[in-house]
Design a protein. Structure first.
Length: 76
């Protein structure tokens, strides 16, 4: 089983701007087994701090349809 741990930048790039990932990072993430990528709780905290400080703006999700598009592959 292949697993990849994403740091904060990789998590943000993968979800919001995949073109900013290096080819090696994209290959590693794409090559992870289903649900084989992980993110630290600290990364989520760092993202929250960036949003709170105005350093990061996240897209708003306004409907269940949009939420399904953003989180289709996430296991809760």
């Amino acid at each position: 089983m292949s697993r990849v741990v994403l740091d904060t930048s990789a998590l943000l790039f993968w979800t919001l701007a995949p073109e900013r990932l290096s080819p090696q990072a994209r290959t590693a993430i794409d090559g992870a087994t289903p649900y084989g990528w992980l993110a630290s709780a600290i990364s989520l905290w760092e993202i929250g701090l960036k949003v709170q400080r105005g350093q990061l703006s996240l897209p708003s999700i306004t409907s269940d349809v949009e939420m399904g598009r953003y989180y289709a592959d996430v296991v809760w």
